[in-house]
Design a protein around this ligand. Structure first.
Ligand code: CA
Ligand code: CA
Ligand code: CA
Ligand code: CA
Length: 508
């Protein structure tokens, strides 16, 4: 046996050992804490399963409603290699209903207290007397595909130095405290620590804010938000306004109008804020750096973006590739901004978007927990914002980054009915990759003047395959690249109103 093989075998044996020792503990609404916690004889309380769990164990929670009135407390930690896991079983959806709790700051649903390396996935947490979940002081936890709603304070709060946690594909909505002035969807605020990351999350109709980064007892904090949507905060379910603040993303702040000049450094990438009662992206006297890349603000009542107070020295406000539509932009004189929809030469209108139907945003998530497909605020083919942005280090499609939260993907990823808005379809070439020949097809719904052109990676035209007037129908052209070098190329179909671009690869 080679040394490499024997090392591989050793690893395999260790993996087997760890999977033999790690156990699965089952919890079900019809279980009993006198049971051993197997799939056929499950426990009924998650708390009992947590007490029973050893490092590396997974607690599987079966679907159905659990009526709990005491906080599920988690106070032990896993490690980077051996997390504690609490997972919904398969595709079942457990609902942890805490609505019999009275309102009070000790009545959280789940509380991680200096607990790290937990992975909690697939739970609904509703009705708690305070936060649905609080991560108090823990690090490196992953909270995934959970929903927090109708809790009597913020849905998910991070506090007491909680740092480097990842909140992935979670929803937080209809949370409301008795004053309506405190309950946010996601609250990395007050005593929160650094390095927390939100991805693919949605917050809506919370009585106070969607996200809140207000500080008290913490400073120089960093938070990253990516692909997150925040909307209709400051509104109740029935559409009436709450007494709360109603911001989409409140990026900081501190007591006495932040007279201590506390800094919450917030990066928001591809985030969407719309129809909030107050501001979409709100400084709230934050004195830290704020970096807003490829975000979209739409119809927020006070402003889509309001960041007007000078920052602490050395801090920067960067706003690039972002959209505001039917809302105000108030950015003071100090931002480093580029390629935003409110800057020349752009002139935004409803015609830039496939849909302005905001109701799409609350569609059900996909089975894996990712955000639903929507066309709301997506760019139409041929919009002035397609390929009009500057490279900010985010992945993009086509020749260049687009402007706004949603990169134009081409018709293949959009519902068939959306084609009604477009006269042209550009198909993926075949074969791809190719050498040296490939076929490119397009379809026209009516007679149009078109041009089909190939570009290199730097956007230089390398060949015009055809141009001129074509009747409705489908057309195919052969592109021969015998003379070209291997690499990524693009082909683009252009009409007076539209242009579609696809990528292809030549492998010589
Ligand atoms: Ca509270
Ligand atoms: Ca408030
Ligand atoms: Ca708030
Ligand atoms: Ca693009």
């Amino acid at each position: 046996m080679t040394k490499r093989n024997s090392i591989a075998l050793l690893y395999f044996t260790l993996l087997q050992l760890s999977s033999l020792t790690a156990q699965n503990i089952f919890v079900a609404p019809d279980g009993s804490d006198n049971n051993p916690g197997t799939i056929s004889q499950p426990l009924i309380s998650i708390s009992a399963a947590i007490t029973k769990a050893k490092i590396g164990d997974t607690i599987f929670v079966r679907g159905g409603t659990f009526n709990y009135n005491t906080t599920i407390s988690i106070a032990k930690s896993g490690t980077a290699n051996f997390r504690y896991c609490i997972f919904a079983y398969k595709k079942e959806r457990p609902v942890l209903d805490f609505s019999s709790q009275v309102v009070g700051s000790s009545n959280r649903g789940i509380r991680l207290s200096n607990a790290s390396y937990w992975h909690i996935k697939g739970l609904d947490i509703k009705g708690a007397g305070d936060n649905g979940m609080e991560i108090s002081g823990g690090s490196y936890n992953i909270i995934e595909f959970c929903s927090f709603y109708e809790n009597r304070d913020s849905g998910l709060q991070l506090s007491n130095g909680a740092s480097n946690n990842q909140v992935i594909n979670c929803d937080s909505y209809n949370n409301s405290d008795p004053t309506e002035g405190n309950a946010d969807g996601f609250a990395p605020k007050l005593t929160v620590g650094s390095g927390n990351y939100f991805y693919g999350c949605r917050a809506w109709q919370n009585s106070d804010d969607g996200w809140d980064g207000y500080l008290r007892g913490a400073n120089n904090i960093t938070t990253i938000l990516e692909n997150c949507w925040s909307f209709k905060n400051g509104f109740r379910k029935d559409g009436t306004q709450t007494a709360g603040n109603g911001n989409g993303f409140k990026m900081g702040g501190g007591d006495n109008s932040n007279s201590d000049r506390l800094m919450h450094h917030v990066t928001a990438k591809r985030c969407l804020a719309f129809d909030n009662k107050a501001k979409g992206f709100d400084q709230n006297n934050n004195d830290g750096s704020m970096t807003i890349l490829n975000c979209t603000g739409f119809r927020n009542l006070t402003a889509d973006y309001r960041i007007t107070r000078e920052l602490n020295s050395g801090q920067t406000l960067i706003v690039k590739n972002s959209i505001s539509y039917l809302g105000l932009v108030e950015l003071g004189s100090f931002p480093l901004q580029e390629k935003n929809s409110w800057l020349a030469p752009f002139n935004i209108s409803a015609n830039d978007f496939v849909s302005l139907d905001a109701s799409q945003a609350t569609r059900t998530r996909k089975e894996d927990g990712t955000l639903p497909d929507i066309t709301f605020m997506h760019l139409v083919s041929g919009s002035q914002f397609v390929d009009a942005g500057v490279d900010v280090g985010l992945p993009f499609k086509g020749l260049a980054p687009d402007i706004g939260a949603f990169e134009y993907e081409g018709p293949s990823s959009i519902n068939a009915k959306d084609f009604i808005l477009s006269d042209i379809i550009l198909y993926q070439n075949f074969p791809n990759p190719f050498n040296p020949e490939t076929k490119i097809s397009f379809a026209l719904s009516r007679e149009l003047d078109i041009k089909l052109e190939v570009f290199d990676l730097l956007g230089r035209s390398v060949k015009i395959l055809t141009s001129g007037k074509y009747q409705s129908g489908t057309y195919t052209f052969v592109f021969n690249a015998e003379w070209a070098s291997s690499g990524i190329y693009f082909y683009r179909l252009t009409t007076a109103q539209n242009s579609l671009t696809k990528r292809f690869v030549l492998l010589q």
